[in-house]
Design a protein around this ligand. Sequence first.
Ligand code: NAD
Length: 284
Amino acid sequence: VSAKILDGKALAEKVLLESRIKAEKLNPTIAVIVVGDDPASAVYVRNKERSCEKAGIRSVSIRLPEETTQEELLEKIHMLNNDDEITGFIVQLPLPEHFYTPDVIRAIDPAKDIDGFQAYNLGKMFLSPEFEDLPPATPAGIMRMLEEYNIEIEGKEVVVVGHSNIVGKPISIMLLNRNATVTTCHKFTKDLAAHTSRADILIVAAGVPGLITGDMVKKGVVVVDVGINRLETGKIVGDVLFDEVQEKASYISPVPGGVGPMTVASLITNAIHAAKRQSIEESK
Ligand code: NAD
């Protein structure tokens, strides 16, 4: 029996349509700061611009040259923080090497942090689902995907592979908030397969193509593959050996067309939520 597909592409379209209705009332305007000309970032930024258009959100791209200094970037962020026209913005990562990224993220007003990377927004997530106001977009997209497919989380064994601040750690917290039993694995985990083979739900965000093979999962597992890896042939693959794992899984997300589009859709959801909270603040 092969697995059902968690179709992130189709679901993201639905989220964007829903967003369009909400955006009409709120008039959000977002900005995307891009420093330098990383080709992968250019693709992501174009996707974000296209999704904004679909959702009826005005988006402004601010392109800065590679040689921009940390001070100049902080100054730009400061301007956006104080610009009433801008309801949310992101700084496209990774930044060129001469930047110190933690200080750049710290400079973003949490109310406008639609990537959800700011410590204040990450910290609020610890409290409970009601405080996940501006969650990081990838984990938020995964949660939405699991909800839409009615995948039960409470009481389930969930194994997360990867413990980055933008995917592995926050998704682990969001799952704990929903009463899963969560195991977070990473590069230093001994015997990865011993953990993954216990999972009812397996979320993989390691950036290692072929990391999860068919013999590492149990029958009926729900697999969410977050990895995006470009092979030498130019092909984009996830971290999960799709053909093998789908034979045993009940659900699996493809790459591309799974978590990627859901991430962009969640960024849009955050953009609307940020605009809404600001309009409530204003009316007080
Ligand atoms: P990262 O490089 O910051 O973290 C990688 C994590 O994987 C670390 O916790 C590391 O310990 C773990 N890891 C690495 N090798 C491992 C191994 N052999 N066994 C077990 N754990 C291992 O990565 P990230 O930013 O969290 O991204 C992870 C992957 O997800 C990348 O491929 C990235 O491109 C992709 N990604 C996709 C989206 C999306 O929208 N689909 C968004 C963000 C990241």
